[in-house]
Design a binder for this molecule. Structure first.
Ligand code: ADP
Ligand code: MG
Length: 308
C-alpha cells in the first residue's frame, strides 16, 4: 500500500485523516508532514501520521503505567521496564506526573517540561523534540514539572488529546513509549489513556484496595468505549512481592477486573537505593534489573498476542 504513487490533495488528505480541512491544515503544518508546502501528500506519509485508523498500525507501542493510588510502583516500573526494554529497543519514557519523580532522578535543575508542548488553553507550544533528554543508549525522557498539575479542566474537546498530539511527530522514532501516570483520575490520566495502546497496572501487594482497582477498571472501560477503542488492558503487575502466602487469594480478587502478569516484581532494597543515588538500576543491581527484563519479555509477549 505504501508503495502507491498516488498523491493526495489537501482535501483528499484531510478526509484520509478524518479531519476537517482546516484542522488538517493546522496539523500538517504543525507536524511538517511532507507535502505541507506543496499540497501534495504521498499515501505512505499520510499513513505514517494518520493511518486512516487513528494511528492504530504504528510500529511503536505506547504503554500507560497507571493506578490512581500513590506508592503502587508506577514510577519504579516505568523506569526499570523502560531501562530493561532499552537494552534491545529504542525507548521513550514520558514523565506524565506533576510530581515529576522520574524527572528528578535525572535532571537536577528545572528543564522545559512536557507542559510546554501541549498548547493547553492557548499557551504557545514547542515541539516535544526540543525537550527530550537522553538518559542512556536507546533511553530518552520527556521531563515533567509541577506545572502539569494545571491540566485540570477540559475547555475544548481537544484537551483530552493534548498528549496524543504532542507525541505524534515522534511516535515512529521509538519502539516503546512508556507513560508514567499520576496518582489520580482526571484529565491528566485521561490524556494518557487516549494516547496509549496498552495499560499496565502496578499493584503493591502488601496494602492494596480492591475498591481502587474497581474504580480504575471503570475509568478504563469508559475510555475504551467512548474515546479510545484501541486501548488494551495488558494486565496488573504485583509489586513489592515478598512471597506472601495470601497471594493466590489476592490475585483472584484482582483477576475479576484485570488479567494478572505471571512475572511479579520482588521487593528489593536496591530499588529505593538506585532512586536515591539517581542511578540506573543496571549500575546498582543487575540481578534486580533481571526481574524487570523478565517483565519486559512478558510485556512483549502479551503485546504480540494482542496485536495478532
Ligand atoms: N519492588 C520494590 N521494592 C522496593 N521498593 C519499591 C519497589 N517498588 C517501589 N518501591 C518504592 O516504593 C516507593 C513508591 O514507589 P513508586 O514507584 O514511586 O510508586 P508510584 O509511582 O505508584 O507512586 C518508592 O520509594 C520506591 O522506591
Ligand atoms: Mg509515581
Amino acid at each position: 500500500m505504501s508503495g502507491s504513487n498516488k498523491e493526495y490533495s489537501w482535501e483528499e488528505a484531510a478526509s484520509f485523516a478524518k479531519l476537517s480541512l482546516e484542522k488538517f491544515k493546522e496539523k500538517a503544518e504543525g507536524l511538517k508532514i511532507p507535502g505541507w508546502k506543496t499540497g501534495k501528500f504521498k499515501l505512505g506519509n499520510l499513513e505514517k501520521y494518520f493511518n486512516g485508523s487513528d494511528g492504530e498500525d504504528f510500529d511503536s507501542h505506547i504503554i500507560a503505567i497507571s493506578n490512581q493510588k500513590g506508592g503502587e510502583g508506577k514510577t519504579t516500573i516505568s523506569l526499570y521496564l523502560a531501562e530493561a526494554l532499552s537494552q534491545d529497543h529504542k525507548v521513550l519514557l514520558v514523565d506524565w506526573d506533576p510530581q515529576a519523580n522520574a524527572t528528578q532522578l535525572f535532571l537536577k535543575e528545572d528543564a522545559p517540561s512536557v507542559m510546554e508542548c501541549l498548547g493547553y488553553r492557548g499557551r504557545k507550544k514547542i515541539s516535544i523534540k526540543n525537550i527530550i533528554y537522553n538518559i542512556s543508549t536507546n533511553f530518552d525522557l520527556v521531563p515533567s514539572a509541577l506545572e502539569l498539575a494545571n491540566l485540570t479542566t477540559p475547555y475544548e474537546r481537544d484537551d483530552f488529546e493534548l498528549l496524543k498530539e504532542a507525541l505524534l511527530p515522534i511516535r515512529s522514532e521509538y519502539e516503546y513509549i512508556i507513560i508514567d501516570c499520576p496518582p489520580s483520575l482526571g484529565l491528566i490520566l485521561e490524556n494518557a489513556l487516549l494516547s496509549a495502546d496498552f495499560i499496565l497496572v502496578p499493584i503493591q501487594t502488601r496494602a492494596f484496595s480492591l475498591q481502587g482497582i474497581k474504580d480504575l477498571h471503570e475509568t478504563i472501560t469508559k475510555i475504551q468505549k467512548k474515546a479510545n477503542p484501541r486501548l488494551k488492558l495488558l494486565g496488573a503487575i504485583l509489586n513489592q512481592y515478598e512471597g506472601q502466602k495470601a497471594l493466590s487469594g489476592l490475585a483472584e480478587g484482582i483477576k475479576k477486573y484485570f488479567p494478572v502478569f505471571e512475572t511479579v516484581i520482588y521487593r528489593r532494597e536496591s530499588i529505593p537505593q538506585a532512586q536515591a543515588k539517581m542511578s540506573l538500576l543496571s549500575k546498582i543491581d543487575n540481578a534486580t534489573l533481571k526481574n524487570f527484563k523478565e517483565l519486559a519479555s512478558e510485556v512483549k509477549g502479551r503485546i504480540h498476542v494482542e496485536k495478532n
